[in-house]
Write a protein that binds this ligand. Structure first.
Ligand code: CA
Length: 235
């Protein structure tokens, strides 16, 4: 893990809780250090997860997002944002972040988020499998078979509409990764489609009812307030 954070006490707290949980972590206190650690090292030192603060002394962490996304086997990215900055969260997710944690955060919450995105292993998007078998605890029973367009929970087939299936398939590509409504609309309906947020929400409402009828936990699909949706291990 690489922790890109200029605030010493915060960086120390993050390091402490990651290391306590058995994760290897280093700190980069500036954008320049982060770039060096991620992009300019020729030794094999690929970071699984980069925890990225956006307010850095030599620029915004935002500028690093597209650079990391262009890497062949780039890291998963957890952004640290200020509380109640929905606009910032949405922008970070759309620039390629996987998830975000708002400051101030509890070390335990941060550690859980890091573990959730680290566990995903290699990015599903790059391998484009037609089948997602989800390893996350609560989502474990969920299987999404894109080729046959079939979704099951604990072996029970879910009778989904085309839209419900497509929405679930996008979330299932990367459990723990938060997708904004705009990203979901672009993937499911198409880039130029203008769709009311409420329409997306009502499809999710129907999808949740079907998952719950199949005895999936109610928290399987989490609504991230003001931002979007994710398949989450814990609510
Ligand atoms: Ca900062």
């Amino acid at each position: 893990m690489l922790v890109v954070e200029d605030d010493g006490p915060i960086a120390d707290a993050v390091l402490y809780c990651l290391r306590r949980d058995g994760m290897r972590a280093e700190v980069a206190p500036s954008l320049a250090d982060a770039r060096r650690a991620c992009l300019e090292t020729h030794e094999i030192k690929a970071w699984d997860v980069v925890i990225l603060d956006l307010g850095l002394p030599d620029g915004s962490g935002f500028s690093l997002l597209p650079e990391l996304r262009r890497l062949e086997r780039g890291p998963r990215i957890l952004v640290l944002t200020s509380r109640d900055e929905d606009v910032e969260c949405v922008a970070a997710l759309e620039a390629g972040a996987d998830d975000f944690v708002t400051k101030p955060f509890s070390p335990r919450a941060l550690s859980a988020r890091v573990r959730a995105i680290a566990r995903r292993g290699e990015r599903h998007e790059s391998r484009a499998p037609h089948m997602s078998a989800i390893a996350d605890e609560a989502a474990r029973g969920l299987r999404v078979d894109r080729e046959r367009r079939q979704a099951t929970y604990e072996g029970v087939e879910l009778a989904l509409t085309k839209t419900e299936f497509d929405l679930l398939a996008v979330l299932a590509e990367a459990p723990g990764r938060v997708r904004t409504r705009e990203q979901l609309v672009a993937r499911v309906w198409g880039e130029t489609f203008a769709l009311a947020e409420r329409t997306v929400d009502s499809h999710f409402k129907a999808l949740r009812r079907k998952l719950e009828a199949a005895r999936a936990p109610a928290t399987l699909i989490e609504t991230v307030r003001g931002v979007g949706f994710t398949l989450r291990e814990h609510a």
